[in-house]
Design a protein around this ligand. Structure first.
Ligand SMILES: [Zn+2]
Length: 492
């Protein structure tokens, strides 16, 4: 008896479901194995696989692929019931064919079969295959669709599953022919345990029950990643990347804010009350344009601000969000650090008071100067429009400062002793601040540089009675003073 005869006998012979032979045992066309057809199916044998039966829809699928000469080659099993009790399968040397009454018979093989197996075969969320392995429309990859999702493979990306709402989003964008390309991961749980994501060649799709599935890619995805993905204050995306109404930029909204990008400004986040203020003005179509920074902390941590193409928005708990239409560019050069209030406190206080006058502060540079001869600076009578020889010498140290940038020099003292002095040579805008200065001195002196003068009112920044005597911090800058500051050539 041949091995085929033995298998036939074991399956019941002529009285079994195979019934009567319809052919003699013959050599297979590939020259390796042998087979015999019966009324109810076939038995195939090869030296390495032994004899196994194939029948029904699985046999029809195998035949349609080319029998043993197909990539499936010879059967490794008889037709068997799947562990879930619903379907039937044969394993072959080159893959498997799975069948259920509702899905029909489909082959699965190679890396896609390996991925499906690793997930738990038909008992996984993928269920049974709905297609044979097929070539993608772009001609690069391969896929099987399953009841519960799909597995996509390319030589460079390997095989990954995509399913559910994420698969739906990917499909809506155009599958692998979209900018997303092929999946680089299976669907995975996010580190915060709330959401799910697939990474793709060209971006990612993130899903949560409350936000649904949205794609994020490119520089916006890079910014989001740099902030900490969904664990950042931004949380999950609420939109796909979208074109701004002005047609120039791109954005994603997130649970906790937005990221805006343009070719010239790059990608920056904006959130909270500052975002609310920007939105109320009309987003990127407002005079502010696009954000040019993420939200930043003031130097002393008491305030926040975001810079935009044409201004900034400042926020503090005391003031809420304030729009700065113009900006000064500030450089600090330090001969002696102040002793009562830090430079950071003075700059932060200047940001606060100036924001109430719609003037923002761009802190451009800090430099230590070793100029012992100018550390107790002769300022004469500190008369605006005239300078001493020492002031002229000190203000010649501008380095990178532009012609309309303001340079504040921190010195040990002035001679005679003042908290500061705003007189400066023509074309070298700036001021000096002494080490014993008050927390408002820097703002006060820069106020002079911007063209506002002393008043007899200790509620106001420009009080002539000494900024240590200010009675209502932060001190006021009144509307006409704001207009003067905004009209200065030093605000832009
Ligand atoms: Zn003054």
């Amino acid at each position: 008896m041949s091995d085929i005869d033995t298998k036939y006998t074991a399956l019941g012979g002529p009285g079994g479901w195979l019934g009567q032979p319809t052919s003699p045992e013959l050599a297979a066309p590939d020259g390796i194995g042998r087979y015999r057809h019966f009324q109810g199916g076939s038995i195939y044998w090869s030296p390495s696989t032994g004899a196994h039966e194939v029948h029904g829809a699985i046999r029809v699928k195998w035949a349609s692929l080319g029998w043993e000469r197909s990539f499936l080659s010879y059967p490794l099993t008889d037709e068997s019931t799947t562990p879930d009790g619903v379907g039937r399968y044969n394993h072959f040397q080159g893959g498997s064919i799975y069948w259920t009454p509702s899905t029909g018979a489909h082959e699965v093989h190679g890396a896609i079969r390996g991925k499906w197996a690793s997930l738990g075969w038909e008992r996984s969320f993928l269920g049974y295959p709905l297609t044979d392995e097929s070539t993608t429309p772009d001609g690069v990859g391969r896929y099987n669709h399953f009841q519960g999702g799909s597995i996509y493979w390319t030589p460079s990306t390997d095989a990954h599953e995509v399913h559910g709402a994420i698969r739906g989003k990917w499909a809506s964008l155009g599958w692998e022919r979209s900018f997303l390309g092929y999946p680089l991961t299976d669907e995975s749980t996010t580190p915060d345990g709330v959401g799910r994501y697939n990474h793709f060649q060209g971006g990612s799709i993130y899903w949560t029950p409350s936000t649904d599935a949205h794609e994020v890619h490119g520089a916006i995805r890079g910014k989001w990643a740099s902030l900490g993905w969904e664990r950042s204050f931004l949380g999950y995306p609420l939109t796909d990347e979208s074109t701004t109404p002005d047609g120039v930029g791109r954005y994603n909204h997130f649970q906790g804010g937005s990221i805006y990008w343009t070719p010239s400004t790059g990608a920056h986040e904006v959130h909270g009350a500052i975002r609310g203020k920007w939105a109320s003005l009309g987003w990127e179509r407002s005079f502010l344009g696009y954000p040019t920074s993420d939200e930043l902390s003031t130097e002393d941590g008491t305030g926040r601000y975001s810079e935009f193409q044409h201004g900034s928005i400042y926020w503090s708990p005391a003031t809420g969000a304030l729009v700065c239409k113009e900006t000064i560019r500030l450089h600090v050069k330090c001969l002696t650090a102040p002793t009562r209030f830090s430079i950071n406190t003075m700059i932060s206080n200047m940001r606060l008071t100036f924001a109430t006058a719609q003037v923002g502060v761009k802190y451009v540079s800090f430099e230590v100067l070793s100029l012992a001869d100018l550390n107790d600076l002769d300022v004469g009578a500190c008369t605006l429009g005239s300078t001493t020889t020492e002031q002229t010498q000190l203000f010649s140290h501008r380095n990178s400062a532009g012609a309309n940038d303001i340079v504040v020099y921190f010195v040990r003292s002035t001679v005679p002793p003042f908290n500061g002095c705003a007189s400066h040579p023509t074309g070298r805008p700036g001021a000096v601040v002494a080490s014993g200065a008050s927390q408002w001195t820097m703002a006060h002196e820069v106020g002079h540089v911007l063209g506002i003068h002393h008043v007899n009112d200790s509620n106001r920044l420009m009080t002539g009675g000494g900024t240590d005597n200010i009675t209502n911090p932060p001190p006021d800058i009144i509307a006409s003073e704001s207009a003067t500051m905004l009209g200065s050539a030093l605000t832009n």
